[in-house]
Every structure is written in structure tokens, then in C-alpha cells.
Design a binder for this molecule. Structure first.
Ligand SMILES: [Zn+2]
Ligand SMILES: [Zn+2]
Length: 301
């Protein structure tokens, strides 16, 4: 339950956002036609889904840029954030700004995609409206002061749609129409919904390891698989800085695997990880207490 008085935020329907989603989903339907099929196009779709969603959004935009769970050399930081831009979910300044706002007021009126307002609102409907706070350039820039003056990130923020169009033209040149349908549109639909499920399903279904006030985040195994480890979202809300989201043996976290690989190469450093510890209060048979508590440690190199 939230107790704050109603702020005078304004919502304004955004027809451009609606058209964007209709075009992307509509074009993806060509995947059902044989003339838009090739095995290389399907392989391209899977590769680009991994590169843009796991490496780009989860590792680049989210665990690195938003929460600073580890450090990277500048060239690699630019590369992973560029991969995030290829997921066409806004540029890094807007994406990170809105996500930091989400953490600051999860599932309250201060959350851009509060699950308190229902599954579909948190999944997609929130993006069909311009919000007087959450879409305000000055506010988003204030939330991203640590990098919003960087010229490269500013460029990505401004031109993320154009960059997608150029990528589509490159695919058209190399693999023809099937590469555009699968490499752009089918891939975007799958990556969009898997990301959005983190905001909807992983604030609705699943189990809670760390009960949090006003916060509906859950650990949801199937979102964990679809969204490259981001479905262990209650762990993440409890320890946003942890670069590892899957904390128990069955909590598969494929983005964490990629980060471990970068660490082995000596590229990812100073990695922050949440460790699960038994809760002494729970062990004293206080069943109202959660079984685990956690703490953030720096991963040994
Ligand atoms: Zn969340
Ligand atoms: Zn986060």
C-alpha cells in the first residue's frame, strides 16, 4: 500500500509510441510467410537476441551503467552500451534514468511502471503515455549525472532509432528480406516482451526471498530464462548493486556467465555480488522472519 498524497503528474497519450509498437509487431508477422524465412535469418535472430538483450540491455544498460556493479575499460563499456542501443529500447540516458526512478519508488506512484497499477500497465501500457516526470529530459539527466554529459552516450540517446534503421539496411544488403524480418522485427518483439516481463511478471508471479516494503518484485524462473537472468528480480531489488542476480543454485543467470567470462579475460573488475546468508532470527523458529539475509561482497578476481 502507498500512503503518499497524489502528485499532480500528467499523462499524455503518445501516438508515436503506439505506432512504433504496431509497426514492429506487424512486420514480425512476415515470419509466418515462407518467402521471409531462411535458417541463417533464424540463427541471426538468436545471436542478435543474445547480443542486444543479454550483453546490451542486461549487462550493459542495466548491471553496468544503471547500477555500477563492476567496472569495465572505457572501450568495452561503450561497446556493451552500444549493443544495448541496438535493442531499440530508448537510448542509455532515458533507459537508465527511468530505471533508476523505478528503483527509487518501486510499485508506488513514483514508479514509471508500477505493478500496483496492474500487469498490463507495467508490461507495456505505461510506455504509450508521456509522463510529466518520467519523460522529462531535465529530470532524466539529473538521474544520470554520472554519464549524461558523455558525448557518445548523448549520441546514442538521440539516434537510437536511426541506428536501428542502419542496422536493418546492413541486414537487407547481406541476407535480404528474411534477415530484416528475423534479425530486426522478430528479434525486437521477443527482446521487448522478455524485458517487459521483468517489469510485469517479475513483479507479479514467483517467490520472494527478500520481503521489501511497498515493493512487489519476485523471483520468477521463466522470466529468469527468457530475460537472461533478470527474472531473479526480487534478489535484484534487494541488492541492486549485485552484478549477479541468480543467487541460489537453480537460479540460472546467463548474463552472469558472460560477466564471469569478461572477468577471466581481466576485463571486468571490482565485481559486486550479493551473498545469501542464513537468517539467525529465522533459525530461532521465528517463522515470520525470512529464511535468508544477504550482504554485498566484492568478487575475488
Ligand atoms: Zn523492478
Ligand atoms: Zn535494476
Amino acid at each position: 500500500m502507498t500512503t503518499e498524497s497524489t502528485p499532480d503528474y500528467l499523462l499524455k497519450f503518445n501516438p508515436i509510441a503506439l505506432s512504433h509498437f504496431i509497426v514492429i509487431h506487424g512486420m514480425a508477422l512476415f515470419a509466418f510467410f515462407p518467402f521471409a524465412f531462411s535458417w541463417s535469418a533464424v540463427a541471426l535472430m538468436f545471436f542478435m537476441y543474445w547480443l542486444t538483450a543479454s550483453i546490451g540491455i542486461c549487462l550493459g544498460y542495466h548491471r553496468y551503467l544503471t547500477h555500477r556493479g563492476f567496472t569495465l575499460p572505457k572501450w568495452l563499456a561503450y561497446f556493451v552500451v552500444f549493443c544495448g542501443t541496438l535493442a531499440c529500447q530508448n537510448g542509455p540516458i532515458k533507459w537508465v534514468g527511468q530505471h533508476r526512478i523505478h528503483h527509487a519508488g518501486s510499485d508506488t506512484i513514483e514508479d514509471p511502471h508500477s505493478a500496483e497499477k496492474g500487469f498490463w500497465w507495467s508490461h507495456v501500457t505505461w510506455m504509450l503515455f508521456n509522463h510529466s516526470k518520467f519523460d522529462d529530459k531535465k529530470i532524466l539527466s539529473d538521474y544520470t549525472k554520472d554519464f549524461s554529459n558523455d558525448k557518445f552516450y548523448k549520441f546514442l540517446d538521440k539516434y537510437f532509432i536511426l541506428i536501428q534503421v542502419v542496422l536493418g539496411l546492413i541486414f537487407l544488403q547481406i541476407g535480404g528480406f528474411p534477415w530484416v524480418v528475423w534479425g530486426i522485427f522478430v528479434r525486437l518483439v521477443i527482446a521487448y516482451h522478455s524485458t517487459w516481463l521483468v517489469n510485469s511478471a517479475a513483479h507479479t508471479f514467483g517467490y520472494v526471498t527478500f520481503p521489501l516494503k511497498d515493493d512487489l518484485s519476485t523471483n520468477c524462473w521463466w522470466v529468469g530464462l527468457l530475460a537472461w537472468g533478470e527474472g531473479w528480480h526480487n534478489n535484484h531489488h534487494a541488492f541492486p548493486k549485485s552484478a549477479r542476480h541468480g543467487l541460489r543454485p537453480w537460479e540460472i543467470d546467463m548474463t552472469w556467465w558472460a560477466l564471469c567470462f569478461l572477468e577471466k579475460l581481466g576485463l571486468a573488475k571490482d565485481i559486486k555480488v550479493a551473498k545469501l546468508l542464513p537468517n539467525p532470527a529465522h533459525e530461532k523458529n521465528e517463522s515470520s522472519e525470512p529464511a535468508f539475509i544477504g550482504k554485498i561482497v566484492t568478487q575475488a578476481a
